[in-house]
Design a protein around this ligand. Structure first.
Ligand code: PAF
Length: 278
C-alpha cells in the first residue's frame, strides 16, 4: 500500500524507517511516461521509492503560468499506486515555505544563462526546493530527466558544492513517435502546433549529424538549427545554444561532449529540448 504524506515532520519520521537504499523522484505532478521512466528506474535500483509532487511556486516566473499548470492529482496518485511507489510526498506551500522563509540556494553562474536568462529566478526556485527535498527525504539516489539539461547540471553542482552526497541519476528524454520530447506542457498544444513542434528534435538531430560528419563551426550549426525552426510560422525561437556539456559555456568551435539545447515559444507555450554529442 502506498502511503500519502503531506507533512514535513511526518516525512522526516518515516524516512528513518525506510528500507535502504531510498530513491527519490521529485516531480511537479501531471505525470507522464517521462516521469514513469524515472519512477521505474528508482523502483529497480532501490528498496524504497519516494515520489514528491509539489508545484513549486518559486520556480514559476509568471503567476498565470503557475495558475494554468496542470494539476491532475487523482490521476497522478493512481499512477504512483499502480507503479508500486512506497510513498507519495505531497507537501503544500505552507509546509515548504512557512512564514518567515528567506533562505535560498543559487548556482551563481549556471542559473543566469539560457533558461535562467529567459526565466529570472527559475533556477533559484528549483535549486532551493530540490535541496529542501533532499534534506527532508534523505534519499540515497535521486532521479531527473535529461530533457531539463540545465536543471540537471545545477542539481549536480549543488549536490557537490553543498556536500549533500545524493547519487544523481539522469535518465534519457522520452519522445513520442515523431521525436517530440514528452512534457507536461505538450498538453497545451493543438494538433497543428504539436506537428510543428516536431521540427525541434529534427533540427537537433540534424545538428548532431553535422558534428558527426566533422563540421566543427558552432556558428554554422547554430544557424542551421535556427533556420529550420524559423521555417514554421508557429514557432518563435528564444535561444539555440551549443555549449560544453558540463559548464554550459557557449562554444565557437565544437568540443565534445557538447550539449545542443534550444527553447522556443509556440502560442505562449514554452518548449525546450536538447541533444548531447559525446
Ligand atoms: O523538473 C521538475 O519537475 C521540477 O523542476 C523539480 C525538479 C521537481 C523541482 O520542482
Amino acid at each position: 500500500m502506498m502511503k500519502i504524506v503531506s507533512k514535513v515532520s511526518e516525512m522526516l519520521a518515516i524516512q528513518k524507517d525506510l528500507l535502504r537504499p531510498v530513491g527519490l523522484v521529485p516531480t511537479m505532478g501531471a505525470l507522464h511516461i517521462g516521469h514513469e521512466s524515472l519512477i521505474n528506474q528508482s523502483l529497480k535500483d532501490n528498496n524504497s521509492t519516494v515520489v514528491s509532487i509539489f508545484v513549486n511556486p518559486s520556480q514559476f516566473n509568471a503567476a498565470a503560468d503557475l495558475e494554468k499548470y496542470p494539476k491532475p492529482l487523482n490521476a497522478d496518485l493512481a499512477l504512483l499506486e499502480k507503479a508500486g511507489v512506497d510513498i507519495a510526498f505531497l507537501p503544500d506551500n505552507e509546509e515548504m515555505y512557512p512564514k518567515g522563509f528567506e533562505t535560498w540556494i543559487e548556482a551563481e553562474k549556471t542559473s543566469v544563462i539560457l533558461e535562467g536568462q529567459s526565466r529570472p529566478g527559475h533556477f533559484k526556485g528549483v535549486a532551493t526546493i530540490v535541496t529542501k527535498l533532499f534534506n527532508i527525504v534523505k534519499p540515497d539516489k535521486a532521479y531527473f530527466g535529461q530533457k531539463d539539461a540545465q536543471q540537471l547540471n545545477i542539481i549536480k553542482r549543488l549536490n557537490e558544492d553543498l556536500n549533500l552526497f545524493v547519487s544523481i541519476i539522469d535518465m534519457p528524454t522520452i519522445r513520442d513517435e515523431n521525436g517530440l520530447a514528452v512534457s507536461s506542457r505538450n498538453a497545451f498544444l493543438t494538433d497543428a502546433e504539436r506537428d510543428a513542434a516536431h521540427i525541434l528534435f529534427q533540427s537537433l538531430s540534424q545538428a548532431k549529424e553535422m558534428i558527426m560528419e566533422g563540421k566543427y563551426d558552432a556558428g554554422i550549426i547554430r544557424n542551421r538549427i535556427t533556420k529550420m525552426l524559423g521555417g514554421s510560422d508557429l514557432i518563435s525561437v528564444d535561444y539555440v545554444s551549443i555549449s560544453k556539456l558540463r559548464s554550459l559555456e557557449e562554444l565557437t568551435i565544437i568540443e565534445k561532449p557538447v550539449l545542443i539545447s534550444l527553447a522556443v515559444i509556440i502560442n505562449n507555450t514554452r518548449l525546450i529540448d536538447n541533444i548531447i554529442v559525446e
